[in-house]
Structure formats: structure tokens, C-alpha cells
Ligand binder design. Structure first.
Ligand code: F6R
Length: 241
């Protein structure tokens, strides 16, 4: 079931997303599923501010959705680096409690280990962005709804969308390792944030489209508790009562 909140701008949606996550973090010993990309930056900024005012992460553990294959932890476009720069280094997470799938080494082992950890530690809250093609995590169109942690070839449109972070499109990795759809749906609560016109069609499909593997986000219709936080542009194609 979806609860949809629409705000005028990115600041508004980031504040709402922050409030949802803060409430969970305040419970103390919780498990968060975290996302990277542009969408959660405003939320992470607010978590950092809140930490200065006493919000603690010392008992929180986290699992990120995904990582590029072939980028080391300290590559400036790795998702580990992103998380470290935007959140982990500014707050009091115990770094032993933060987890991202490793994009290097024996991927088979990484997949098995990450899946085992996830299935033993269901997320109290899973944060999601959404791809313009409807991907969640890096579960690209066509991914099985039964998928668990896996390596995936990124679609050309995803590489194009993410090329803005790299100096050229050739540098965008072709593969990523991601939580599967099943891992995402295990979360007790899901918080999905999206802003901008290029997300409008994916949001419409998620809320109103037929549930199908060609549009991965549509599976969220089957989850009991999804909070969707949007700006006006991302919400521009959805029907209002
Ligand atoms: C990131 C992730 C992706 C992004 C999505 C939107 O960890 O799993 O699904 O959430 O590609 O990215 P942005 O927010 O950069 O538009």
C-alpha cells in the first residue's frame, strides 16, 4: 500500500524523507536499507544536521542496495565512497555495522555472503530511489521478481543517466551488484524518493501500472507499507482524486 506525499521542491521532499527515517533511527537498534544517487542527498544532509543535535546511529546497522562492479571502495564514484562522503564520515555509525556489496574480488562469494546477511537482518526501513526506466536498486527491467542478490548488466539508459557523475560515458561501469527484488520487499517499511520530470513516467507506472517484470517498481504495489515522497515534477503524471 502506498502513501504518497507531494512537495513543491526537492527541499520539501527531503525534509519529509528525513522525518520518516529519523523516526526509525530514533528506535535505536534498527536495520536500514540505504540508497545512493542524487535523490537521497538532501535526506542525508538532514541526518548529518540532526546528528549534530543528538541523533545517534551507534546501534544502527545498514545495508546498501548496490555497488558498481569493478570500482574499488576508494574510487570517487564507488557507492562506498558516496556513502562515506555523504553520511558515514559525518555521523557515529560503527563502521563495522555498515554494509555494501563489494564490487571487486570473487563476485560469487560477495553475492552469497550479502544475501546471507540480508536474509538474517531484514530492513526496518528500506530507502529507494527510482530509475527513469523503473528500476529499483539496480534491478533493471526484466529482472525476476524472485531475484535475490545478483550481478546485473546495466541498461544503456541507466548508464546514460549516471554518466553525469563520470567524466565520460565509457567510464560508467557495465555491471553492478544489487539486492534483488525479494531482498527489497523483505523490508518492513519502504521509503521511495523521486524528483524531476524524468521520473514522472516511472512513478505513474509504479502507482497505476500493471504489475510486471518489465517495470520493476510496479512490484511495490504488493508491499504493505510504502511511503512515496515526490516533488511536483515527479508527480506530474499521476492521477489525483
Ligand atoms: C542507487 C540505486 C538506484 C537509484 C536510481 C535513481 O543506490 O539503487 O536505483 O536510486 O538510479 O538515481 P538518482 O537518485 O541519482 O536519480
Amino acid at each position: 500500500m502506498f502513501k504518497v506525499f507531494v512537495y513543491d521542491d526537492y527541499e520539501g521532499l527531503s525534509q519529509k524523507a528525513f522525518e520518516v527515517m529519523e523516526e526509525v533511527v530514533k528506535q535505536g537498534k534498527v536495520t536500514l536499507g540505504l540508497a545512493t544517487g542524487s535523490s537521497p542527498v538532501g535526506l542525508y544532509k538532514r541526518l548529518v544536521e540532526a546528528h549534530k543535535n543528538g541523533l545517534t546511529f551507534k546501534d544502527v546497522q545498514s545495508f546498501n542496495l548496490d555497488e558498481y562492479v569493478g570500482l574499488s571502495k576508494d574510487h570517487d564514484q564507488s557507492y562506498y565512497h558516496f556513502m562515506f562522503e555523504h553520511l558515514f564520515k559525518h555521523v557515529d555509525f560503527n563502521l563495522e555495522n555498515v554494509h555494501l556489496p563489494k564490487g571487486e574480488g570473487s563476485l560469487e562469494e560477495v553475492v552469497a555472503e550479502y544475501e546471507a546477511m540480508l536474509s538474517e537482518n531484514p530492513q526496518d526501513l528500506q530507502l529507494l530511489g527510482i530509475g527513469s526506466n523503473g528500476h529499483i536498486g539496480f534491478n533493471e527491467p526484466g529482472t525476476s521478481f524472485d531475484s535475490t542478490v545478483h550481478v546485473i548488466r546495466l541498461k544503456e539508459e541507466t548508464r546514460q543517466d549516471n554518466a553525469r557523475f563520470f567524466s565520460s560515458i565509457e567510464e560508467v561501469p557495465n555491471f553492478a551488484i544489487t539486492m534483488g527484488i525479494k531482498d527489497i520487499l523483505r523490508a518492513k517499511k519502504i521509503l521511495l524518493v523521486a524528483s524531476g520530470k524524468n521520473k514522472a513516467m516511472a512513478i505513474k507506472e509504479m502507482l497505476e501500472g500493471k504489475i510486471r517484470e518489465e517495470v520493476p517498481c510496479t512490484i511495490l504495489q504488493n508491499h504493505p507499507d510504502v511511503i512515496v515522497v515526490l516533488d511536483k515534477e515527479a508527480a506530474s503524471l499521476i492521477q489525483h482524486d
